[in-house]
Design a protein. Structure first.
Ligand code: SF4
Length: 217
């Protein structure tokens, strides 16, 4: 993609840290309501901490009820690592920080009808996006050359093997890479918020995330 480059090719405009831009979009309730049988769901995790994935488990017994209506394919909960069928709903934890993340997210977009960014990292970059405040070269030098945890006597080196995923110059929220249909903010979002969005979609209702389960004060 022309807007995502490795170290050394950043332009001034790419140094801008984007805010939490939430595109407005009408819900796909009618589309979901027309589904027959169980709804196919998948999840991927990009650059995050797995905390949002754990919030899925906070749905507790509601998850069992939902399993009557959905089949969970690729996810860290099922340990299925590929999408065996096209999925209606895809959840994404984490943002984009490498060329591999871009490839994974684009493939997921191509194979899911509805894509949902889950959590602060997915919605606006979150904690990993703090590195956007400094040039990538400085971040790598701090991590690998000046690191206080470096092994004494070892030759300091920044990993650059061709088999390693190429790091992007900044961390991107997912909607700057592919179209995202819904956003569930929070770090992590409450299990109630994830359950509400999922229940609305599988029951063919407009997605409505009330403030009482989506506030952090
Ligand atoms: S939003 Fe918070 S809980 Fe979720 S992956 Fe990012 S850091 Fe972890």
């Amino acid at each position: 993609m022309s807007t995502h480059h490795g170290a050394g090719s950043v332009s001034a405009s790419e140094q801008v840290i984007y805010g939490h831009q939430l595109p407005k979009r009408a819900p796909d309730a009618a589309f979901i309501a027309n589904q027959t049988g169980k709804i196919d769901v998948a999840m991927i995790a990009l650059v995050g901490c797995w905390g949002c994935t754990l919030s899925f488990l906070d749905m507790d017994e509601r998850l069992l009820t939902l399993l009557d209506k959905v089949t969970i394919h690729r996810s860290s909960l099922t340990d299925v690592k590929r999408i065996p069928v096209r999925c209606t709903i895809g959840f994404v934890e984490g943002g984009v920080a490498s060329e591999e993340n871009i490839e994974t997210l684009e493939h997921f977009r191509e194979n899911c009808d509805i894509l949902i960014s889950v959590g602060a990292c997915a919605c606006w970059g979150g904690v990993p996006a703090l590195r956007n405040l400094e040039p990538l070269a400085d971040c790598l030098e701090e991590a690998y050359i000046k690191s206080p945890t470096a092994v004494a006597g070892a030759i300091p080196i920044i990993p650059n093997h061709p088999d390693l995923p190429k790091i992007t110059t900044k961390v991107y929220p997912n909607h700057e890479v592919v179209k995202i249909d819904y956003f569930i903010p929070g770090c992590p979002p409450d299990g109630d918020a994830i359950a509400k969005v999922l229940e609305d979609l599988v029951n063919g209702r407009p997605v409505d995330l009330p403030a009482q389960i989506n506030r952090y004060d």
